[in-house]
Design a protein. Sequence first.
Lengths: 111, 118
Amino acid sequence: QSVLTQPPSVSGAPGQRVTISCTGSSSNIGANYDVHWYRQLPGTAPKLLLTGNTYRPSGVPDRFSGSRSGTSTSLAITGLQAEDEADYYCQSFDNSLGGWVFGGGTKLTVL
Amino acid sequence: EVQLVQSGAEVKKPGESLKISCKVFGYNFPNYWIGWVRQMPGKGLEWLGFIYPGDSDTTYSPSFQGQVTISVDKSISTAYLHWSSLKASDTALYYCARRGYSYAADYWGQGTLVTVSS
């Protein structure tokens, strides 16, 4: 059981918009620690996609955006493309564990 | 360019010891925490622990405390993850990652596959 909660799967047609939610608790997201999002393509290491809830590292297209409200955050992907098929993970810091906590991952399927 | 380069895949028997490595390039190694993350087959990401190379300060996840040991060799900019007695349940991909601003894992190694089987 992961500390952060994500839906196991989402899907959308090319060009559509999808969102992936990530919910935590008072010792991580609710304690105001930032949430970061990662994309993991099959057979590769995770790669930072969004940092500090909403900021895109260099090279990440603006089709990817983040939002936050209370103990929940969301990743939105607009203009879905076939190459967006991947697993997406949220991550934060937990002050009771003293380290990283991850969501269980969401598999995005482009129909 | 920041890079974390991990050692190659390992196949071990239960009870054997193992140390895998993560060599960093492109930044000042002592200044950033390094974290280790496990990914069991078909599963999600789990944090094992951190080490601060500057003074070897370590923090372990309660789930992995006593199961693994994290260390560094500053002279060669390398972090290590060590098991003294492997179990079949340690079979997984292990990643090292740099802990950057606001506790993000901003750079990752390519992963090391550890297979433990009799």
